[in-house]
Design a binder for this molecule. Structure first.
Ligand SMILES: *[C@@H]1O[C@H](CO)[C@@H](O)[C@H](O)[C@H]1NC(C)=O
Ligand SMILES: *[C@@H]1O[C@H](CO)[C@@H](O)[C@H](O)[C@H]1NC(C)=O
Length: 491
C-alpha cells in the first residue's frame, strides 16, 4: 500500500514538471506529447484510486473488528457498573481508535475530516487507562480478589490483562503484576499482539522482584527453552541461581495484603460495631424537624445509625426524578475531585458544585434546612460527586482545625451501590451502605467548637456499581441560636 502511495507522489511531481513547460498550441509535436501526457495522467489516476482503495479496505477491516468487539462485549457507558468492563471500554477506545487515527493519517485526502474529528473526540488518555488499571488493583487489594475473581463477569483478553500487569509492574506491585501476567499467559491466542516470550520475561522478573527466586528461575528457564539463543536470559538465570543461596525469603505469592487497616476491614464488612450496641437505643422513627410546618404532614423517616457521635439516616428525602435531574445537570460539568492537596489518589471521583439558582437544587437545600433545623445561609453549595473505577475517598475529616467552619455534613446518596462504596466511620467502626434517596447527617464539631475526632470517615472503593452522592457542608455562621434549641437531643 505504501509503495503505491509513493509511486503516485513521484508521478505527480513529474507530471507537474512536464506541465510547467506549457505552450502546446505553438507546435504540433508538442500537441502530440499531450497524448502521452493523457495516458500518463490516466495511469496516475488509476494508481491513486488503487492506493485509496487499499486504505479504505484497511479501514473497513478495522471497522469490522471494532464492530465485532462492541458486539461481543457490549458496554452501556451510562450503566457501567463492572470495573473490569469499564477498563475494557477505556482500553478499547484508546488502543483501537489510536490505531485508526494512525491509519487514517495515511489518507491522501488533504481535508481529512476524520482526523479533524478525532482531534476533538474524547479519546481516553494514558492517564485514564493507568487510573483504571490501578483502580482494579486497589480493588483487588482491598477486597482480596485475584484476577479470576474480579473478572468473573467480564473476562480480559491476553493483551488487556498484560496492560493491567504492566501498570502494576511500573507501580512496583510485583505480586499483582505477576498474577496478571500469568492470567494473560493463560489466555494467549494467535490474535494476541503480546508474545509468550515477553510475558515469560515479565513473569520471571516480577517473581524476582517480590523475592521468589525459585519461581523467577522456573519461568526464566521456560523462556530460555523457548529461545535457546537468548544469552541475556542465560546470564540472568545464572544471577538468579547465585542469589538463590543468598536469599531465604520465599513469600507465598497468594498472600496479598496481610495487614489491613480498620478502614479496609470495615469496607470488607468484617467489622460492625453496631451488633454489640444493638441493645442500646439505635432507633427508627418519624421526625417533623422539631415541629417544622413543612414536615408536619410529610414527616421524614429517620434512623439513628450511631449514638455517639450522633449519626442519623434520613430516608426518602429526595425523589428518583429529582436525583435524575441533579445527575443531568451535573454530568456535563463533572471534573476530577480535589482534596486540600489538589487532585490526589486519596479521592478518586469527579465532582461539581451546583448553582443554587436551579429549582431542584433550591428545593433540596430547603429540605436540608427543614430537616436539620439549621440555616443554609452560610452553607457551601451542593457538591455532587460521581466515583470512578475503584472510586474511593480515604479516611478524612470534613473539618480540619476549625479552618473551614464545617459544623455539620449532610450526605445524600443519589444511587445504590451493589458492592462496596459504603461510608465507613473508621473511629466508630460502622460502615453505612449507600441507599438511593437517603441521606446521613452528623456534626463535625462538638458544641464547644472542637473537631469531633470520632467523625473520621471514608468512602469505601466501589467494587460494583455506580456511586453518586451529594454533599452539603453546613457552616457555623448563622447557627448560634439554632443548634441548641431546635435539635435539643444533640450533644
Ligand atoms: C476468589 O476465588 C477463590 C478460588 O476460586 C475463592 O476461594 C474465593 O472465595 C474467591 N474470593 C472472593 C472474594 O470471591
Ligand atoms: C435526563 O437526561 C436524559 C438524557 O438527556 C433524558 O432522557 C431525561 O429525560 C432527563 N431526565 C430528567 C428528569 O430531566
Amino acid at each position: 500500500m505504501m509503495t503505491a502511495i509513493k509511486q503516485v507522489t513521484v508521478l505527480m511531481v513529474c507530471s507537474l514538471v512536464v506541465c510547467a513547460r506549457g505552450e502546446f498550441f505553438t507546435s504540433t509535436d508538442k500537441i502530440s506529447q499531450l497524448f502521452e501526457e493523457e495516458n500518463f495522467l490516466l495511469g496516475t489516476f488509476s494508481l491513486y484510486i488503487d492506493a485509496e482503495e487499499e486504505i479504505v479496505k484497511g479501514m473497513k477491516r478495522d471497522l469490522l473488528l471494532l464492530q465485532l468487539g462492541t458486539y461481543l462485549d457490549p458496554v452501556d457507558p451510562e450503566e457501567i457498573k463492572d470495573p473490569v468492563a469499564a477498563f475494557k471500554l477505556l482500553m478499547r477506545l484508546r488502543d483501537e481508535w489510536l490505531k485508526i487515527e494512525k491509519n487514517t493519517q495515511n489518507s491522501l485526502d488533504k481535508h481529512n475530516v476524520y482526523q479533524i474529528l478525532l482531534e476533538y473526540a474524547q479519546i481516553p488518555q494514558v492517564e485514564d487507562l493507568k487510573g483504571a488499571a490501578l483502580g482494579l488493583i486497589s480493588l483487588q487489594e482491598l477486597y482480596k480478589l485475584y484476577p479470576h475473581n474480579i473478572t468473573k463477569e467480564t473476562s480480559l483478553n491476553a493483551n488487556e490483562a498484560y496492560v493491567v500487569g504492566l501498570f502494576a509492574y511500573t507501580e512496583h506491585k510485583f505480586q499483582h503484576a505477576f498474577l496478571w501476567f500469568m492470567y494473560s499467559l493463560e489466555r494467549l491466542t494467535e490474535y494476541s499482539t503480546i508474545t509468550k516470550e515477553e510475558l515469560l520475561r515479565y513473569i520471571s522478573d516480577s517473581a524476582y522482584h517480590f523475592g521468589s527466586i525459585p519461581v523467577a528461575i522456573y519461568f526464566g528457564q521456560q523462556l530460555s527453552n523457548l529461545d535457546p539463543t537468548n544469552n541475556d536470559v542465560k546470564v540472568l538465570l545464572n544471577q538468579y541461581r547465585l542469589l538463590r543461596f543468598q536469599r531465604t525469603s520465599n513469600p507465598d505469592i497468594f498472600t496479598l495484603n496481610t495487614k489491613s487497616s480498620k478502614y479496609e476491614r470495615l469496607c470488607r464488612g468484617e467489622v460492625d460495631e453496631r451488633t454489640s450496641r444493638r441493645q442500646r437505643a439505635l432507633s427508627c422513627r418519624y421526625s417533623t424537624g422539631g415541629g417544622n410546618p413543612r414536615l408536619m404532614y410529610a414527616p421524614v423517616k429517620e434512623e439513628v445509625e450511631w449514638d455517639e457521635p450522633l449519626i442519623i439516616r434520613y430516608h426518602d428525602i429526595i425523589s428518583d426524578t429529582e436525583i435524575e435531574i441533579l445527575k443531568n445537570i451535573s454530568r456535563p460539568l463533572l471534573s476530577r475531585s480535589k482534596t486540600k492537596g489538589g487532585v490526589t489518589k486519596i479521592r478518586t471521583s469527579q465532582s461539581v458544585i451546583l448553582d443554587e439558582g436551579h429549582p431542584v437544587v433550591a428545593r433540596v437545600n430547603q429540605r436540608i434546612a427543614d430537616i436539620t433545623g439549621l440555616s443554609m445561609e452560610s452553607a457551601e453549595r451542593l457538591h455532587v460527586q460521581n466515583y470512578g473505577i475503584g472510586g474511593k475517598y480515604e479516611p478524612h475529616y470534613d473539618e480540619w482545625n476549625d479552618e473551614t467552619g464545617r459544623i455539620a455534613t449532610f450526605l445524600i446518596y443519589m444511587s445504590d451501590v451493589e458492592k462496596g462504596g459504603a461510608t465507613a466511620f473508621t473511629k466508630v467502626g460502622i460502615a453505612l451502605k449507600p441507599k438511593q434517596g437517603s441521606a446521613v447527617f452528623w456534626y463535625n464539631l462538638h458544641k464547644n467548637g472542637n473537631v469531633d475526632l470520632k467523625t473520621e470517615h471514608a468512602g469505601c472503593p466501589v467494587l460494583w456499581g455506580n456511586k453518586w452522592v451529594a454533599n452539603k457542608w453546613i457552616h457555623k455562621f448563622g447557627q448560634e441560636f439554632r443548634r441548641p434549641c431546635s435539635l435539643s437531643y444533640w450533644e
